[in-house]
Design a binder for this molecule. Sequence first.
Ligand SMILES: [Fe+2]
Length: 188
Amino acid sequence: MRGLLTVKALAAIRQVADCARAAAVRRDLIMAGTGFTPRSMSVVSAQKLPVDCGMGDIYGSKWTHGLLAAVTGQRPQEVRHSVEWGVANFLEARGDTHGAHRDDYPIAFVLIVRAPNIGGEVLYSPTNSDELSGVLSLAAGDAYAMRADRILHAVAPVSDGTRAALVFAYNFAGNEVQITPSASMLYE
Ligand SMILES: [Fe+2]
């Protein structure tokens, strides 16, 4: 969804991201549960933020729910998992990357708050395989929704600039989710 956020909306969402950045912590680890892929970035889960940061307002808004219902054809269900419902990721240093993985929950809704000058593309598998042949270059104010429990995805290393993203997870009615430890290892 290119240019989804208006200038005004992007400014408001940047305030949310800046609030999240103040509480973010550095992670440099290899995630065994996702095929030993790297996580090099600063992160925070929304549960660790003051309510007035506004992550919950975005998550629960009619705008977000309506948008995701239109995109997926199903009514999105909010996730009660304390870590996974909302997170913020900041790829800031040269080489920062979010290695290949699948999410626990089916819908990932990602708002691109800041985009780097070089690198930081979304890599994904359009064929539902383990090959990351899809490349999506995104600008600040863009957004995407992904069937993130099925599609292998990653964020390419950042070479110059900062990539800041707010990530929200939703479920579908009746869909049973197996919670893996990966998200808790990264965000707790
Ligand atoms: Fe993901």
